[in-house]
Design a protein around this ligand. Sequence first.
Ligand code: VGL
Ligand code: ZN
Length: 195
Amino acid sequence: MKVKVGDRDALIVVDMQNDFMPGGALPVPEGDRIVPALNEYIGIFEKEGLPVFFTRDWHPPDHISFKDHGGVWPPHCVQDTEGAMFHKDLRIPLDNKFIISKGTSRDFDAYSGFQGTILEQLLRERGVRRVFVGGVATDYCVKNTVLGALNLRFEVLLLLDGIKGVDVKPGDSEKAVKLMLSKGAVGIELKDLTI
Ligand code: VGL
Ligand code: ZN
């Protein structure tokens, strides 16, 4: 498969935050292992002057997704805490970069970067037709962001070497990948990119 990055493309890096990394509050096993591949994708988009969107989970301290407030998760990605910061080695471009915060109100959760955000608007304003999506977690926020993009009729390239899942139940991530591909996402790896 050959993919050439062009001016209708954008990169979406999902939730590469400390709390989702090994040692964090809601760790994705080996979540940090995808940083180098993601940095390569980011570098390509940066060099081409193309937009890179970083979504982040950005919860208030009493968010409804937290166990003590009726949810299923331990507290994670609380606004302005160390756990909510991006992984320290993640390459964040100076220009043409957008931070998309989600799950910011106490009473709503958002697994998709499109839910309750201006991500769609920012993509449309820039004439983006195709999004490359990587990050964590494959079985939650990556899945929902990809399905959201497909529903909005964006083409989606899923970065198979740039995603990791939680697998609360074994096989969840594999199932999520199959679902995304069956809905129209196309799986690619770094080696598929031509410059
Ligand atoms: C996520 C669980 C809870 C994610 C966010 O980013 O995939 N998972 N909040
Ligand atoms: Zn969350």
